[in-house]
Design a protein around this ligand. Structure first.
Ligand code: ADP
Length: 643
């Protein structure tokens, strides 16, 4: 069954005409036009028309300009001022055609000259007026969405016609729009830009206006002088509220600025840390060398010990700042590599032994048997967490014991949850400070003693734990002691098919070394530190010194070298290039030599790419002598070691 064609909607007209003959003629024309279904109401005066418009919606008002209670454009003004959106077409006498044009300027859609139209032109004019009115309404809707308003200024009469949108955008919410008056600020702006437009220049600018109740708003304004078909000058303009876009743009700018300044800060910190580490390497290295010498005694030894301790603290601060800035920049990455938890703990035990001894404390370390040894994770970060907590435990304990206890709270075949407990019998942390000490730069103030530090250690530690989905908390009692708990999950390294676990070579630094070490380092101070440190430890070691990668390669070719200590940044040929050349060397003896990167830059040293770039491992400058020796013994060929 076919649907019936939709019945065309009736077009409701208010015909305002006092001459019955003219009115009748229009009715006849419209009936005959076949251009729609017209429903015509009549009014004979302006007053009557206004009353009817109050009662009823009309698609068109067809308005005679000569009525008993009004003539000319006065009629249209009276209707438009009460019903600004009303579609009006005016009828004029033959002699009053000029009124027609004026009426259009006053807001009429069109005009018809009596006696000059037939049924078709009448109907068409009316239909088109409706279409135009609809079009204007849609345009206004669009402008509303785009927050655009428009206006017209007639310089000869001084008349200003503002669209509702201009008023809505520029006036406080609570003012009535109907009066069509601009706000003081808008008036000010318009006067300024009309002057420019009238001088023949186009206006295209961004500006802002304070709108009471709506804050400061940003506008884009365009305006220019045009001419009507009857050669009248009109200034036309549009104004768009661009506050949202402006604010997004401002936000983007400040985000970019923040990103840029983070980058600059990181670069600054990285290079400062590099610059600081190099001289510190010399201070620490040389005081180490002096301290291990037997020719030093009494006060001098104490003073050098003090230099060594102070630079140790300074180095700790530099490292903390580096880490802190890396965490803030979201730059911390955790390695997923097999490591031995027992070897990490034993290593720490060694490093901290001297401090524990110096303070006359006792030390206990218990790693429960059920803790699997081979885990997957970041051993450097693991040591850093424990080092910070154990370091604090020793620092804040003047008598008694510091202990590290490792237990496993949960275990499946592939995963394990470990609990590290760091206990001390130190000064304790007051209850009210127990949460805040994990925040950046937060420290407890003590009345009669000061402890060195920056207050960054625990903030970094917590971040390192939490970034690995772990948990850290503490229990403490003032005067009794403190226990920090760290829970961390690890994947368990599976044993290899041949039944051996991946073992990390654990070797102590005790062992004599008689081989040849090539040190490639451009810095004279660092050369001296490396030479003295190694010679003091192993009097029989042979040391070759090269000031850049190229010299290093030549020495490698001419000598039988057991291990290379390679600086990274050097003139002529840097450490990366030299190591690449070593790994590609035609001689197997050279290709296979262990190369340890020496770097003062903690970022670079944690760079996974060091392995990819051919380095066997790295040592951080300033050297911790025991670590340096242990690394050398770990990688140097076994034949050169005698115990
Ligand atoms: P720093 O040690 O550089 O001051 P931390 O962030 O490592 O910074 O520690 C913050 C504060 O927490 C310390 O200054 C100290 O007051 C307190 N604190 C940390 N660990 C202990 C501890 N084991 N015993 C007592 N107080 C501690």
């Amino acid at each position: 069954m076919n649907a019936l064609p939709a019945r065309e909607q009736q077009i409701h007209i208010l015909l305002v005409e006092d001459d019955p003959a003219d009115a009748r003629l229009i009715e006849i024309y419209l009936e005959e036009s076949g251009f729609g279904d017209w429903l015509i109401d009549r009014a004979q005066s302006i007053q009557e028309a206004l009353d009817q418009l109050e009662e009823q919606d009309y698609a068109i008002v067809l308005l005679d300009l000569t009525l008993p209670d009004g003539t000319g454009t006065e009629n249209i003004r009276r209707i438009k001022s009460r019903f600004p959106d009303q579609n009006v077409v005016v009828l004029t006498g033959f002699d009053e055609r000029v009124f027609g044009m004026e009426a259009v300027q006053q807001g009429a859609q069109d005009f018809l000259v009596k006696g000059d139209y037939d049924e078709n032109s009448l109907a068409k004019t009316l239909r088109f007026s409706i279409e135009r009115q609809n079009f204007i309404r849609r345009l206004e809707e669009t402008q509303k969405i785009a927050r655009i308003g428009s206006w017209e200024f007639h310089p000869d009469s001084g008349r200003l016609i503002l669209s509702d949108q201009v008023l809505a955008l520029t006036r406080p919410d609570d003012t009535e729009l109907k009066d069509g008056m601009p706000s003081v600020e808008l008036n000010h702006l318009l006067r300024r830009i009309h002057r420019i437009a009238l001088s023949g220049r186009e206006v295209n600018l961004d500006t802002r206006m304070k709108i009471p109740g709506n804050g400061e708003r940003y506008f884009h304004v365009q305006c220019r002088l045009t001419r009507t078909p009857i050669n009248q000058e009109i200034v036309q303009g549009i104004l768009q509220d661009v506050t949202d876009r402006y604010q997004t743009e401002e936000m983007r700018k400040s985000r970019d600025l923040a990103r840029k300044s983070t980058e600059i800060r990181e670069q600054f910190i990285a290079s400062i840390s590099h610059e600081m580490r190099t001289p510190m390497n010399a201070i620490m290295g040389l005081s180490n060398v002096l301290l291990t010498g037997s020719d030093l005694a009494g006060e001098k030894k104490q003073m050098i010990q003090a230099i060594r301790d102070a630079s140790d603290i300074l180095l700790g601060i530099v490292n903390d700042i580096l880490d802190f800035s890396a965490i803030q920049a979201g730059k911390i990455q955790f390695r997923e590599e097999p490591f031995s938890v027992r070897s990490v703990c034993r290593n720490l035990e060694q490093i901290l032994a001297a401090k524990v001894r110096d303070k006359g404390l006792s030390w206990k370390m218990i790693i429960e048997d059920q803790v699997p040894d081979q885990l997957i994770g970041d051993k450097l970060r693991m040591s850093q967490i424990l080092f910070n907590l154990l370091g604090n435990a020793i620092k804040f304990t003047d008598a008694g014991q510091v202990a590290l206890h490792v237990d496993c709270s949960q275990r499946t075949r592939n995963k394990v949850s470990l609990t590290f407990r760091i206990e001390d019998t130190g000064i304790g942390i007051p209850a009210e400070a127990q949460q805040s000490i994990f925040e950046d730069f937060n420290r407890v103030k003590y009345q009669n003693k000061t402890y060195e530090g920056t207050g960054l250690g625990l903030a970094i530690t917590r971040q390192l734990v939490e970034l690995q989905q772990g948990r850290i908390y503490l229990e403490s009692q003032v005067g009794v002691g403190t226990t920090f708990f760290v829970h961390l999950d690890f994947a368990v390294e599976q044993t290899l098919p041949n039944g051996h676990a991946v073992m990390e070579p654990v070797r102590s630094s005790e062992g004599a070394f008689r081989g040849t070490i090539l040190v490639v380092e451009d810095h004279k101070m660092n050369q001296l530190v490396a030479r003295k440190t190694l010679e003091r430890q192993w009097p029989e070691v042979k040391i070759l010194m090269a000031e850049n990668g190229q010299v290093g390669l030549e020495l490698l070719e001419r000598n039988d070298v057991d291990l290379v200590l390679m600086d990274l940044q050097m003139p002529v040929m840097d450490g990366y290039q030299a190591t690449q050349a070593i790994r590609r060397h035609p001689l197997a003896r050279i290709r296979q030599v262990p190369v340890l990167a020496m770097t003062a830059n903690a970022y670079v040293s944690r760079d996974d790419q060091l392995h990819e770039k051919g380095f066997t491992d790295f040592v951080l400058k300033p050297f911790e002598p025991d670590q340096l020796f242990a690394r050398i013994l770990q990688y140097a060929p076994i034949k050169t070691i005698s115990l």
